[in-house]
Design a protein around this ligand. Sequence first.
Ligand SMILES: C[S@@+](CC[C@H](N)C(=O)[O-])C[C@H]1O[C@@H](n2cnc3c(N)ncnc32)[C@H](O)[C@@H]1O
Length: 178
Amino acid sequence: MQPVDLVIVLVTMVVVIIGVTALFAFLGRVPYVPTPGSTARAMVTLARLKGNEKVFDLGAGNGRILIEAKRMHPSLDATGIEFSPTVWLLGIVTILLSGQRVAFFRRDARKIDLRDADAIFLYLSPHLMAQLEDKFDQELRPGTVVISHAFRFPRRQPVEVTKVQRWNGLKTILRYEW
Ligand SMILES: C[S@@+](CC[C@H](N)C(=O)[O-])C[C@H]1O[C@@H](n2cnc3c(N)ncnc32)[C@H](O)[C@@H]1O
């Protein structure tokens, strides 16, 4: 293969990756924006896990919240759900490199059975929070903990709100109990 052919292949791959990521961000109406590590750790702390619960991250990005959760509580049963195929692939690679056991599925969070969830992490959008609130009302067991970065449910009140200082301002984390 000539160097020029290699460049064409690489450029095509980058364009396809960017195109697929943009398409799924448009379809899902939520772009991939990773939660910073310190905020992810604060989310796990606010969940006050005992250590053996079944936890989900809906819209899990590269899986970093669940990776932090497993580092803090190695016996957790952790499942990530990610809609975008390219972000999901990034998550698979990140989880493999982390050495943590996290199940990671490319699915739509609105179609996942959450009846056995003990805790759920979210960093999504107002639009998805409204849709998930209805689903959670129907499916979640009483006492299920939901930790949301930044976004509120339209009807339900959080039981606790904390702030994390970052270089670009304060980040809000909300704890809900169903
Ligand atoms: C703001 S990012 C947060 C990523 C990760 N949870 C974090 O905090 O680092 C939101 C992610 O949700 C994904 N997403 C959007 N709609 C979704 C849906 N219906 N089901 C599953 N994932 C979805 C997006 O592809 C994106 O990667």
